[in-house]
Design a protein around this ligand. Structure first.
Ligand SMILES: [Zn+2]
Length: 299
């Protein structure tokens, strides 16, 4: 099924992207197609625009508040995590099509050009052809790219569900087991994050909106109340101080049903956030709770 086929006469489709790259020549990395190649991204946008009506999330908020239906086959574009390629590769394509988009920043990724734990693990595995890894739930060996991808799937499954695993401690352990020093930053197009000057540049484009996506990309519902407040407060403080932005828009790290809660939503509302989509799949309409909007992951 193509993405355009998901558009519905009475539903709003919100698409979730992470990045767009010129080329993706990797063996293991990007196997989830977290970053689309530029040509594929342009094809997706062209097909969506041919069948649907692009809307900003600000327009979605307005329709929600006034109780008026959105145009048939409405769709919105969103990007999570703050990759530099959002500005350098994706934004010019969106500008060409005149399609609005919302970009959610993880502020510690921006501050220190940090990689997520999944990228820290993939970065290390990409560079070895075979290895045996001792993981908290057992020993796993891989000799081919396909086997490496299966191990990565298993690591993702465990780390996103089990709150006793600190995924960045696991990533450091895996990097060391594979013979690398503890590594948090890389300038590969799959890793490089926007800096604050670039965040401002993105936010200055009238087509685009910039929002928050936590400070460290921790799963918000796993945090004790004080740690939850720190994550949200720090992300809002940095967006304000470094980019002059008071975020009305936010997205939950990981975004699965167990990754947010009534407490998380209350804390975000207290900071002035009015719209926060999940990463659970499905369609919305103008009545959908703006803190429980569903998104379709593009991969
Ligand atoms: Zn994210």
């Amino acid at each position: 099924m193509t993405y355009a086929a998901k558009l519905a006469d009475d539903g709003l489709c919100i698409f979730l992207f992470h990045g767009v790259v010129e080329r993706s020549p990797y063996q293991v990395r990007n196997y989830t197609r977290k970053h689309l190649e530029k040509n594929a991204f342009a094809r997706v946008l062209r097909s969506l625009q041919a069948r649907g009506v692009p809307v900003s999330l600000e327009l979605v908020i307005q329709h929600h508040q006034t109780g008026t239906p959105l145009p048939p086959r409405a769709f919105a574009i969103t990007f999570d995590d703050g990759f530099e390629n959002n500005l350098t590769v994706a934004a010019p394509v969106l500008d060409d099509f005149g399609i609005p988009a919302t970009f959610y920043m993880t502020t510690d990724f921006i501050e220190r050009n940090r990689m997520s734990w999944t990228d820290r693990i993939e970065w290390a595995i990409e560079q070895v052809s075979a290895a045996t890894l001792r993981l908290p739930w057992g020993t796993r060996a891989f000799k081919t790219a396909a086997e490496a991808r299966a191990v990565l799937d298993e690591i993702r499954g465990h780390a996103k569900q089990d709150r006793s695993i600190d995924p960045n401690v696991l990533a450091t352990d895996i990097q060391r087991q594979l013979g690398f020093p503890e590594t948090w930053s890389s300038d590969d197009p799959l890793d490089r994050k926007l800096d604050w000057r670039q965040v401002k540049q993105l936010a200055a484009d009238p087509l685009f909106t910039v929002g928050g996506h936590s400070h460290s990309h921790a799963i918000l519902s796993f945090l004790a109340p004080e740690a939850l407040d720190r994550e949200i407060d720090e992300s809002c403080r940095l967006l304000d101080e470094k980019a002059g932005l008071a975020p009305r828009h936010y997205s939950y790290p990981e975004g699965l049903a167990h990754c947010y809660s009534d407490l998380v939503i209350a804390r975000l509302k207290a900071k002035g956030v009015v719209c926060c989509p999940t990463a659970e799949p499905g369609l919305n309409d103008h009545r959908t709770d703006l803190f429980r909007l569903l998104r379709i992951n593009v991969d």
